[in-house]
Design a protein. Structure first.
Length: 132
């Protein structure tokens, strides 16, 4: 995947506003975390999220993005404006099993908020970023 040259409305720095994910009982809950998402105009992406208290069961989740309560990855991204998806090819990550994977998310822009959801039906979370 080559870096995208066209400037997207998603380009910029985003701070984590909220991350909702299923708790041990399966109900959605807001996680106590902070983070930063950076999307550059030449198609580069960097994601960092720190859980202040790692969620219960995070070491046994089938799709593990965090290690010791921290998510970190970088790579390149593509935007499909028609499908409203952002796809991140992971070139480097704290969790090495993510390297080389393509992570696709649906996106929604609401004012200065970027809302991402997984395209993988097995994952159930919603993350909201606010423009910095």
């Amino acid at each position: 995947m080559a870096p995208r040259k066209k400037r997207s409305s998603l380009v910029g720095s985003w701070r984590l506003a909220s991350l909702e994910e299923p708790g041990p009982d399966g109900r959605m809950r807001r996680s106590d975390c902070s983070g930063l998402l950076v999307l550059t105009s030449d198609g580069r992406i960097s994601v960092h999220i720190m859980y202040w208290e790692p969620p219960p069961g995070s070491d046994t989740d089938p799709v593990q993005y965090a290690q010791n309560g921290y998510i970190a990855s970088y790579g390149v991204y593509e935007i499909d404006e028609r499908a409203r998806t952002l796809t991140h090819r992971v070139d480097g990550a704290l969790v090495r099993s993510l390297i080389g994977r393509r992570l696709s998310r649906t996106y929604e822009l609401k004012g200065d908020q970027l809302i991402l959801r997984p395209t993988n039906a097995a994952e159930h979370w919603v993350i909201t970023w606010e423009r910095c």
